[in-house]
Design a protein. Structure first.
Length: 94
C-alpha cells in the first residue's frame, strides 16, 4: 500500500493497470466454470461466473479495493449497496 500512497500521476496509472490485469487473470482462472448450469431465471448456460471467489480471495480483495478507490475518486461521502452482496465491496473501499 505504501507504493500507492506515495505514487503520483503516471506511476499511479501504471499500478492501477497492473492491478486491473491481475484481477482479470484471477477472475478467468478462479471464477469461470464451464459445464451445464440452470440459472435462477430457469435459462440454461454452458458457463457460470462466480465473482465472489475473486472478492473473497486475499489478492483479489486487495486489487479490487484499490480499483474501486481509484474509480470512485476523492469526493465520496458514503458507499453502500444491498445488504449481503455489498458488504465485502463496501469494506474494500473503506
Amino acid at each position: 500500500m505504501a507504493a500507492f500512497v506515495s505514487a503520483r500521476g503516471v506511476e499511479l496509472e501504471m499500478i492501477i493497470e497492473q492491478y486491473r490485469k491481475k484481477l482479470l487473470n484471477l477472475i478467468r482462472r478462479e471464477c469461470v466454470t464451464r459445464g451445464d448450469f440452470t440459472l435462477a431465471s430457469g435459462q440454461k448456460s454452458d458457463f457460470y461466473i462466480d465473482l465472489k471467489k475473486a472478492i473473497f480471495h486475499p489478492d483479489g480483495f486487495h486489487w479490487l479495493s484499490w480499483l474501486y478507490w481509484y474509480g470512485i475518486g476523492e469526493n465520496v461521502n458514503s458507499v453502500g449497496g444491498m445488504a449481503t452482496g455489498a458488504i465485502p465491496l463496501v469494506c474494500a473501499v473503506m
